[in-house]
Design a protein around this ligand. Sequence first.
Ligand SMILES: CSC[C@H]1O[C@H](OP(=O)(O)O)[C@H](O)[C@@H]1O
Ligand code: ADE
Length: 291
Amino acid sequence: MKQPVIGVIGGSGLYEIEGLTDVSEVVLETPFGDPSDAYITGTLDGVRMIFLPRHGRGHRLLPSEVNYRANIYGMKTLGVESIISVSAVGSMKEEIVPGDIVIPDQYVDRTHGKRASTFFGHGIVGHVQFADPVCNELSSVLVAAAQKVGATVHQGGTYVCIEGPTFSTRAESNLYRSWGVDIIGMTNLPEARLAREAEICYGTVALATDYDCWHDSHDDVSVEAVIAIIQQNVATAKNIISTAAMMLAGQSEPKNCACSEALKFAIMTKKEMIPAETRKALEPIIGRYLK
Ligand SMILES: CSC[C@H]1O[C@H](OP(=O)(O)O)[C@H](O)[C@@H]1O
Ligand SMILES: Nc1ncnc2[nH]cnc12
């Protein structure tokens, strides 16, 4: 069996992964601009891993400043087939207690639509399916890994993605709760969209850090509180990543998900009408469909 290459996008509080050997830094330029930082490549117990801190080392990029396209494009060119995204999130349900892990399976978009969230355009039109926005197989592995390391884990849940960087008003928080969402964050949706277009499996390990601002008997979310919970739980998050990586590498069956074929019926534009420059830029992503 071909060994998987696993990408990890670290969110707030996760700026490196431990235990990598053969470590090197890869600085990439992409047709979509610069990724958030250099990619850290290495091996974890024999599994090839590629790590990228979403906000850059030192946490320099706002959720709306992250170049999600460049980040995912870079992962694709480095051969990544599965991305484990790690994120801090607010809890929108009583039963999701700060410190718990959620593996979301749905998203609601409350960004302002200004984040570049597609590789299409510039002479090529494509529409991928996104009804199930995460890879169910990868997400099942993440649930199993979280259970194995002893975390309290919630399987499935809806992540509302706000623009930020301000946290929500109380009225917004209550509105989102009335929609039935489970968690709130500022980053995951563009990433999930682009990973799907790049035919990469995508799943999120979300660490609940707060009750946003809807809960009568808990303080409103603050960066201080978020950081405190992250610090208490970062070892668990790292443990989940390495355990999931081992599980993915140990899978004897070929993958059964449709992520790696997401573009099969998605491209609308006549091949001969796609501009040469667009074709060249998208070669790592759509090249095999244009032969
Ligand atoms: C530090 S609280 C707000 C910040 O944390 C989350 O980031 P990430 O998803 O990268 O862990 C949230 O989306 C905000 O960007
Ligand atoms: N309450 C919250 N809202 C948005 N993003 C968050 N990240 C962590 N907590 C959050």
